[in-house]
Design a protein around this ligand. Structure first.
Ligand code: HEC
Length: 149
């Protein structure tokens, strides 16, 4: 009886750990999706003419990205050792093998955002800002993001 309880307890702990790890992976993915909502859902769409230029929306998108990018290092602190179920992109294990190098990819994004903040006034300057920021996102994705499907 006692043995059965211990086995059951260990199994439950195992399930709890798996769920917690999935939650961590989801948090990491949600942070990237939130960044993408601004960079692709607003900024890129305006540069393509899919939605009209809107100064307030642009300023908000830049401010939200600034806040989100500041959370990357901490959000990716723990290795969930699993991908989000059914996700298109996952984090490479290299993130946690070279966490200092991973973290070093963040300040260049922050600098690109700081450089354009408050200076975007039209589609042309927005396009330049989009490219400058996106190139820095790619610098991290090239090494640390894995395409799963
Ligand atoms: C320091 C590294 C790093 C930086 C900087 C970074 N990312 Fe990511 N990004 C990742 C990793 C790792 C993943 C894969 C894991 C995940 O989705 O959580 C990812 C995933 C993504 C995804 C795919 C999400 C999905 O599952 O559909 C998008 C979109 C994305 N990032 C956008 C951006 C944008 C836009 C920027 C720049 C403003 C950016 N990222 C900056 C590391 C980074």
């Amino acid at each position: 009886m006692r043995r059965t309880m211990i086995v059951a307890g260990t199994l439950l702990l195992g399930v709890g750990a798996v769920m917690a790890q999935q939650e961590i992976a989801v948090q990491q993915d949600n942070l990237m999706r939130s960044i993408a909502k601004n960079q692709y859902g607003i900024i890129q769409k305006i540069t393509k003419g899919d939605i009209p230029y809107d100064q307030k929306a642009v300023d908000q998108a830049i401010a939200s990205m600034e806040a989100d990018v500041a959370k990357i290092a901490k959000t990716f602190e723990v290795n969930p050792k699993q991908d989000v179920v059914n996700a298109t992109y996952g984090a490479s294990q290299k993130v946690w093998q070279n966490k200092a190098d991973f973290d070093s990819k963040i300040p260049p994004v922050q600098k690109a955002i700081a450089d354009v903040k408050g200076k975007i006034t039209n589609v042309a300057s927005l396009k330049a800002a989009y490219t400058a920021i996106n190139d820095r996102c790619t610098d991290c994705h090239e090494t640390y993001r894995v395409k799963l499907k």
